[in-house]
Design a protein around this ligand. Structure first.
Ligand SMILES: Cc1cc2nc3c(=O)[nH]c(=O)nc-3n(C[C@H](O)[C@H](O)[C@H](O)COP(=O)(O)OP(=O)(O)OC[C@H]3O[C@@H](n4cnc5c(N)ncnc54)[C@H](O)[C@@H]3O)c2cc1C
Length: 225
């Protein structure tokens, strides 16, 4: 009985703890299983300025803890472990973690998403020091500066457009000779006077001191840097 719940939420990020807050307040015995830290990806940022109710912003770690506390105030439980398998076919759902098996009538999967990294040396260490993965989140830190956006899909195009209104100059670096992004982005990007394109190019090196200072790019057609 101890490991039997009405709802198991896999993932203790903002989505997971929001789900848990609602299910536990609906009177359902709720367990959140989180493999790392409450708050998920927001732990990676020092300042969140777009969460309503915090006029001075809030740091990610604190917000993560508050999300957990908010759900636990109503009785949600948290287990720190990694879910390695689920059986969702039967009436009773079985959730297997590295530390044991839990059962529930329903399972919410809120395991989030990951950013696509370039896989370059020092990339991880430069996160928050010039390397970012979300213009809506971190764009304002680059106000009036020159920024490079890598990619040609919807995320890259949308972020380049957003940054063109914040940064002094945006350089969009893409491996192909045209954008993969939906057409709606093409015209505004071409019209933006501060957006330059580096087609058929890939980033081969992050240049840095303490912080990122630039990127080295290579033309994929002729190999020139
Ligand atoms: C550097 C950075 C800055 C950001 N800044 C902002 C900002 O200023 N404003 C903003 O609105 N958004 C910001 N974001 C985006 C925001 O953090 C995400 O949109 C949000 O965290 C997504 O929430 P989520 O709950 O869906 O997923 P996640 O936050 O990814 O949470 C998923 C959770 O599931 C856990 N998990 C995954 N697999 C398993 C498993 N098998 N077993 C157990 N647990 C598992 C993970 O450990 C994680 O904690 C930022 C993101 C980053 C990386």
């Amino acid at each position: 009985m101890k490991n039997n719940y009405d709802v198991i939420v896999i993932g203790g990020g903002p989505a997971g703890y929001t789900a848990a807050l609602y299910t536990v307040r609906a009177g359902l015995r709720t367990l959140v299983i989180e493999k790392l830290y409450a708050g998920g990806q927001i732990n990676e940022t020092t300042q969140i300025d777009n969460y309503p109710g915090y006029p001075d912003g809030i740091d990610g770690v604190t917000l993560g803890q508050k999300l957990q506390q908010g759900a636990e105030r109503f009785g949600a439980e948290t287990v720190n472990s990694e879910v390695v398998a689920v059986q969702l076919g039967g009436q009773e759902k079985i959730v297997e973690t590295l530390d044991g098996i839990y059962r529930a009538k329903a399972v919410v999967i809120a395991t989030g998403a990951g950013h696509r990294h370039l896989g370059l040396e020092k990339e991880q260490e430069l996160i928050g020091k010039g390397v970012a993965y979300c213009a809506a989140c971190d764009g304002s830190f680059y106000r009036g500066k020159t920024v490079a956006v890598v990619g040609g899909g919807n995320s890259a195009a949308a972020d380049a457009l957003l940054l063109s209104r914040i940064a002094k100059k945006v350089i969009l670096i893409h491996r192909r000779d045209s954008l993969r992004a939906t057409k709606v982005y093409h015209e505004p990007l071409k019209k933006a006077e501060n957006v330059d394109f580096r087609w058929n190019s890939k980033v081969t090196e992050l240049l840095h001191g303490e912080k990122l200072t630039g990127v080295r790019i290579q033309n994929v057609l002729n190999g020139h840097h």
